[in-house]
Design a protein around this ligand. Structure first.
Ligand code: AMP
Ligand code: MG
Length: 342
């Protein structure tokens, strides 16, 4: 299959072409404010199955359904929890996915046999235009080969998906850069399953106390049942193994500099790049600029795959605010191989 690049800047029919492909049961790369998604008609199980094949995604890892207006949630969820409305008023359109009980129209291919479904209303104008033009909700996971870092540009998507999907809608680089926050409203208490662009602190201003799933902090074995199946897989990983060093940035940089041997990559804050003259250095933002770190982290992790580094050392922010999401992605890229400097 030839993958066509659709550019709304030069082709006024780009969104319509993408929507037609979706209605024909094809998969299309879609820009969102978080990362690029691989979109298919969420109500068509055969189309959704193609997403799993294109990504090599494990069959037990359900997809998020994207809508263009809040009221569409009533078509997808028989009993919308009251907290969903409050969260939507505060954070939609935006980088927040809510897990709610699922309606019968959601095929098993989307929910992977769970009784719940994840729903998100993205803020990216092209994503919403595509959902509206197609006239159906769109199931879309991140548009990367499973296990690799998520895609934040159309070029990343082409690199992973060329020949595997019908088209890519080019919306330029993503603004947030890490995937949506996932919170479940289907348990006794709200629980954060994945940190993202909406922070834990922001969720708590609306929901009160929010539990935090242990999969955020530790590696979960394949045999363990987890709330968000996606959290148990090695994720976001470049080809070379990654070791994270956490603590005061000056000290972590010095620790890394003192431990370098052989062809080495270093993912570091902008301030410390000069400390590693013999290494492939990828700066992913200032130590104080979490938004830049979120935007850059996947692109910088991907860049190591064009080099011959045999190991990668990484600095990492602390867990406050957006730092929780950035740190989670870096720790997952490292398979939770983390050295804590006290
Ligand atoms: P991705 O679309 O690749 O960004 O991954 C979506 C994330 O949401 C994965 O971690 C999924 O396991 C999680 N997820 C999607 N649907 C559900 C659901 N119904 N219950 C719990 N987690 C979900
Ligand atoms: Mg993903």
């Amino acid at each position: 299959m030839e993958t066509i690049m659709l550019s709304p800047q030069t082709d006024e029919n780009a969104v319509k072409t993408a929507a037609d492909l979706i209605l024909q049961g094809e998969v299309v790369g879609m820009p969102t404010e978080t990362v690029y998604g691989l979109a298919a008609n969420a109500l068509n199980g055969d189309a959704v199955a193609k997403i799993f094949r294109a990504k090599g995604r494990p069959q037990d890892n359900p997809l998020i359904v994207h809508i263009a207006a809040f009221d569409q949630i009533y078509d997808l969820c028989p009993a919308v929890p009251p907290q969903a409305k409050l969260l939507a008023e505060a954070f939609w359109p935006g980088p927040l996915t809510m897990i709610v009980p699922k309606g019968d129209c959601i095929p098993d291919e989307v929910s992977c046999g769970l009784e719940t479904v994840g729903i998100r209303l993205p803020s990216h104008p092209l994503a919403r235009d595509l959902i509206r033009t197609a006239g159906v909700p769109l199931a879309a996971p991140s548009a990367n080969t499973s296990g690799r870092p998520s895609t934040t540009t159309a070029e990343h998507v082409l690199r992973d998906m060329n020949g595997k999907i019908a088209a890519i809608l080019d919306g330029g680089p993503c603004g947030v850069g890490v995937e949506s926050t996932v919170v479940t409203l289907a348990l006794d208490k709200p629980r954060l399953l994945r940190p993202g662009g909406v922070t834990l602190e922001q969720l708590e201003t609306v929901l009160g106390e929010v539990e935090v799933d242990r999969a955020l902090y530790e590696k979960i074995g394949d045999d363990v049942r987890v709330s968000a199946p996606g959290m148990k897989y090695r994720h976001y990983a470049p080809k070379a193994p990654v070791t994270v060093v956490r603590g005061d940035p000056q000290r972590t940089a010095e620790y890394i500099a003192a431990h370098i041997s052989g062809p080495t990559g270093v993912l570091c804050f902008d301030e410390y790049g000069d400390l590693f003259p013999t290494c492939v250095v990828e700066r992913f933002g200032s130590q104080n600029d979490l938004a830049a770190q979120a935007r850059e982290v996947f692109d910088r992790l991907r860049a190591f795959d064009d080099t011959d580094v045999q190991q990668i050392w990484a600095q990492c922010p602390s867990d406050e605010g957006l730092g929780l999401a950035v740190a989670n992605r870096i720790k997952k890229a490292a398979g939770f191989h983390v050295i804590e400097l006290s």
